[in-house]
Design a protein around this ligand. Structure first.
Ligand SMILES: [Zn+2]
Length: 440
């Protein structure tokens, strides 16, 4: 049992700032929150962090496999559009990934996420030259650092139908290992989704296979859709259907589905996503970087979550990018809406980690917490918390991080060997870049 003593609780959405309270934690869950609660447990380990505490942040869409692409020093042909960017860069990168590189990607990605106060990452993985068992290797990074997550493999036809079958099998295999862990009464820190790359690289047979994988595993689909206009046009041209309708007809959309991007959706597709209660993962930085356009439908969508799409895991930063881009586009939303999107990541966890609750510092919720050193120059109030998040707070203020009741970073010292993890990342990066040079 741990007692966190006398710390004000911030909830980003809806904005709340409490008086200093004690938080009592037992077995990964918050047992009690309130003034003087700690005195009831004199035997407990105690920690007086100062600053503020919030629920841990959630990244709703990421690709740890791109961790070692940072500062890429490989000759890449210039691209005229997004489809060429995929061919020239990302699909060359993912084919160059092997077991050791995937392992280093997972470790470095997880270490960085935690340092930014992110306690859960929803990852979308691809390594076409190393598919079978890849999610177990990626998961090693989560296990070694204590990060929570939801993993899937990006099933696609673009490396042939054998590759698609192997991707499907990896998703199902990994979900089965999670089920076995749960059946054995073991704690599950990493859940499974059923992954697919994007509608334009998934033919109808593979789509049917994905639907069967979702049904048999009881998981939801995690897919890119309409990230670029090409995906939307391709669906109408090749399949004579809007891409959301195509996914829906295949039985692939439900309350656990995660649709990433969704920039080029028609009004009727947005209505279908809402009717099926799907999540829409918005990745502002990535969309800006790829110049694919802006998602102007955020106010109309439901269950918007925020992701980084592989550009690190700093979620307060991502919320800021999303907010500033929206302001720049002349949109009507204020930062509180983007903190609401950030908070929605917890609903994603609620739907995958069945029986657990996330995203509130309240009894019965998972003890996934972030402790901030923030000494604001203006009063911090429920009504102006969004302003502090937009114009002041940042991940540099993250002092300690707890996942499932365990400190994974305490007073800026990780509970894992972060320096060794990053050194290993740099070592594997040399191998990765060399392998990329050898791939056409
Ligand atoms: Zn993505």
């Amino acid at each position: 049992m741990i007692v966190i003593e006398r710390v004000p609780v911030l909830h980003f959405s809806p904005g709340q700032v409490s008086e200093p309270v004690d938080i009592v934690i037992e077995g990964g869950t918050i047992l009690a929150v309130g003034r003087g609660e700690g005195a009831k447990y004199p035997q407990a380990e105690r920690h007086a962090p100062g600053g503020f505490v919030t629920p841990g942040l959630v990244c709703g869409h990421n690709h740890f496999y791109s961790m070692l692409a940072r500062g890429l020093n490989v000759a890449i042909k210039p691209s005229k559009d997004f489809a060429q960017q995929l061919r020239h860069l990302w699909w060359r990168l993912d084919r160059a990934l092997d077991q050791d590189i995937v392992r280093a990607s997972g470790l470095t990605g997880a270490a960085e996420a935690l340092a930014a106060g992110v306690t859960s990452v929803v990852d979308h993985h691809a390594s076409p030259s190393f598919i079978d068992g890849s999610l177990d290797v990626l998961k090693e990074g989560f296990d070694a650092t204590g990060l929570r997550g939801i993993l899937c493999y990006e099933t696609t036809d673009r490396n042939g139908l054998d590759g698609a079958r192997a991707g499907l099998a990896e998703n199902v295999r990994f979900a089965t290992t999670v089920d076995a862990l749960r059946a054995a009464g073991r704690p599950v820190m990493v859940e499974a989704a059923i992954g697919a790359h994007a509608p334009f690289t998934v033919g109808d047979d593979t789509l049917a296979g994905l639907a069967e994988a979702c049904r048999s595993s009881g998981r939801g689909l995690h897919i890119h859709a309409a990230e670029d206009k090409f995906d939307a046009v391709h669906s109408r041209h090749e399949h004579n259907l809007d891409l959301v309708e195509r996914l829906d007809r295949a039985g692939l959309l439900d309350s656990r589905s995660i649709v990433a991007h969704g920039l080029y959706l028609s009004a009727s597709e947005i209505e279908t996503l809402k009717a099926r209660d799907c999540f829409l993962a918005h990745n502002a930085q990535s969309n800006m970087n790829n110049a694919v356009g802006y998602n102007g439908s955020l106010p109309q969508l439901r269950n918007v979550v925020l992701g980084t799409d592989g550009i690190g895991s700093d979620m307060l930063n991502s919320a800021n990018f999303a907010f500033y881009k929206h302001r720049d586009s002349g949109g009507p939303l204020w930062m509180d809406a983007f903190l609401g999107f950030l908070q929605n990541g917890n609903e994603l966890l609620n739907r995958y980690f069945v029986g657990q609750r996330f995203g509130r510092v309240e009894p019965g919720h998972a003890a996934d917490l972030c402790f901030w050193d923030y000494d604001p120059p203006t009063p911090l109030l429920p009504g102006n918390l969004a302003g502090h998040a937009a114009f002041g707070m940042g991940s540099r203020m993250v002092r300690s991080v707890m996942v499932a009741g365990k400190f994974v970073i305490k007073d800026r010292t990780p509970n894992f060997d972060a320096a060794a993890i990053m050194a290993r990342g740099r070592e594997q990066t040399i191998r990765l870049w060399k392998r990329m040079e050898e791939i056409e």
